[in-house]
Design a protein around this ligand. Sequence first.
Ligand code: AKB
Length: 332
Amino acid sequence: RQVNLDASFHSVSFSETEHPRVLITGGLGQLGVGLAKLLRKRFGKNNVILSDIRKPPDNVFYSGPFIYSDILDYKNLREIVVNNRITWLFHYSALLSAVGEANVPLARSVNITGLHNILDIAAEHSLRLFVPSTIGAFGPTSPRDPTPDLCIQRPRTIYGVSKVHAELMGEYYHYRYGLDFRCLRYPGIISADTQPGGGTTDYAVQIFHDAIKTGKFKCNLKPDTRLPMMYIDDCLRATLEIMEAPAEQLSMRTYNISAMSFTPEELTQEVQKHIPELQVTYNVDAVRQAIADSWPMIFDDSNARQDWGWKHDYDLPELVNTMFNFLGSVNS
Ligand code: AKB
């Protein structure tokens, strides 16, 4: 066997051997662009590819590699993974809880058929795979205060059913084929520069924009609806941390993560510390309210804290300060 040591020495750079080559699907949703930014800082700009079926805005297109990828097209997905020598895959494509109920066939296809493609690609190419799950993977028969990692999961939304399916399939592929599957159940995520797309927890982002723009906010959940929430920076850091955690630290493959829980009333009070004239009225959306009433109120993330050292940075006051600092600087 002839080996050209010089050639291989020069062609395999330090960063290529040390850093993962990352693909993010559904990259133009609430979390993908922020995740790409965080991962590019750590692994290098060109080692992180953002993908979606939509056309990216210019600032996203020019900030690093972007590629068209349709998770329902297995061949397209395989081509991207092979051509770019992908080693880590973050799978963010999904329809959220409220839009899922409005279009069940599409949610089933994207959230379930799409996931099957992702699992097969990941197993076939020995990828490390991250799939986000959610508080929505629990339902009315789950304990709600607190909700532990392992308990009854009988969600009543297609979104929740598809996420329980993803948790179980990912874990099955892990034990059956050795797939390095890692999964976090996210609470509602609050971000300033990106919008959530059709979830039940969206009100907690919208209130900031409406408070600044009009001083009025119409909330589609009842004032005392308590749900677990998290600031986006904590969520993205948790995601990177579980992906980097040594496998022997993971006593399971799907973890709850949590930071705070609040109601619309409590969030309003905190927002009014910045905008005292804010007026909030309640116009309850029956579908969203029924979903929220079946979800955890307090999320028990003690296993994540114990196994791989999860710790949140942002509580409610810190979250609200940060949102206003960001939105204030954009709007001034
Ligand atoms: C939704 O409300 O659907 C999402 C979630 C909590 O998974 N934000």
